[in-house]
Ligand binder design. Structure first.
Ligand code: SAM
Ligand code: SF4
Length: 334
């Protein structure tokens, strides 16, 4: 299935959106069990269903050849996959910006080698600065380890590190200002995320916990003026500046400010499922192509190009109904 060499190899969907950003999930496993992301007892994928590091690298390389300019590795916790550094080095050598989203638990050991491997950006999740509460929210995480990881990433010279916090009513909405203070003191950005209904978690009521970005913004504005900027990082965050700091505040608002019209990204799960939208099930099985035609990159690229026609116009999230999306965030690749 040869690609017509005169064709521009950009990925464009039916709504004229160019896809130049991919998020690759490198594992569904994690050392934490955040209450909004996973149930307490999770079953993870059997080994043979998971793409090998080489297969993930092939997917990344195929996308870069198709015009993708930014790759984010995520999961699960990407840094707990065995030998993941080999994959990071290989993707770091491609002609695309490389970012990682991590819970920070491995950064004390790994920050220097990530920097050396060509990682350009780090997003580090931290939802609470209170050790007991952090433990409650992550079920297994240790705050001191994550904070030391953030310090290690700053020390090694990563620029524009971004903290991510999912804000939930009655859980951590009283820590919004503390998180902003912490970001300012550490010289990093911070984004506040509205929780999304991905997967059913019996012990957690998402509708009750929902806290909108506008509510978070009002809390911050009790102390700081926020100045809207047009700065983007090719992701869904809308950024604001504050006085007397380089740190920015971002909002990721899948409910209250639908960002679908500007969507430039797709995801590949660790099973090799190309997901065209975070909030819909439209997908294509790339693993089948990779395993049936292991050396046929052009075929893989044709399948990816064709899949763009499946990208839906937008997502609809409704917190009061049963989730339409049964996959959990760790499967999706946040
Ligand atoms: N383990 C890494 C981490 O926590 O950063 C990467 C994967 S995690 C799924 C990526 C991001 O998704 C995290 O910032 C996490 O807080 C966020 N997340 C997980 N479940 C979510 C949900 N249901 N709604 C909104 N954000 C969610
Ligand atoms: Fe793990 Fe990240 Fe999900 Fe928390 S949000 S359970 S750290 S994958």
């Amino acid at each position: 299935m040869p690609i017509n060499k005169n064709e521009t190899k950009a990925l464009v969907d039916r709504f004229g959106r160019t896809v130049d950003y991919i998020r690759l999930s490198v594992t569904d496993r994690c050392d934490f069990r955040c209450v909004y992301c996973m149930g307490e007892d999770m079953t993870f994928l059997p080994h043979k269903e998971v793409l090998s590091l080489e297969e993930i690298e092939q997917v990344a390389s195929a996308f870069v050849d198709l015009g993708v300019k930014k790759i984010r590795l995520t999961g699960g916790e990407p840094l707990v996959r065995r030998e993941v550094i080999k994959l990071i080095r290989a993707i770091g050598a491609l002609d695309a910006e490389l970012a990682i989203t991590t819970n920070g638990s491995q950064l004390v050991q790994m920050a220097p080698e990530l920097k050396a491997a060509g990682v350009d950006r780090l997003n580090i999740s931290i939802d609470s600065l209170n050790p007991e509460r952090f433990k409650e929210m992550t079920r297994t995480g240790r705050l001191s380890q994550v904070m030391a990881g953030i310090d290690a990433a700053v020390a090694v010279g990563f620029s524009r590190i971004k903290l991510n916090a999912v804000i939930m009513k009655g859980r951590n909405d009283d820590e919004v200002l503390d998180l902003v203070e912490y970001a300012r003191a550490s010289g990093v950005d911070v984004s506040f995320i509205e929780e999304m209904p991905l997967g059913h978690i019996s012990e957690h009521d998402r509708a009750e916990a929902y806290c909108s970005s506008d509510e978070v913004r009002e809390i911050i504005e009790q102390r700081y003026s926020l100045y809207p900027t047009t700065e983007r990082t090719s992701g869904p965050s809308r950024y604001y500046r504050m006085d007397k700091t380089e740190s920015r505040v971002g909002f990721i608002s899948p409910h209250s400010h639908n960002f679908c019209s500007e969507c430039n990204r797709v995801r590949v799960t660790v099973e090799g499922r190309l997901l065209l939208c975070l909030g819909n099930e439209h997908s294509v099985d790339l693993r089948e192509i990779l395993r049936r035609y292991p050396d046929d990159i052009e075929r893989l690229q044709q399948v990816i190009i064709k899949a763009m026609d499946l990208k839906p116009e937008k997502h609809e999230f409704d917190l009061d109904d049963e989730p339409q999306i049964v996959r959990f965030m760790n499967m999706t690749g946040g």
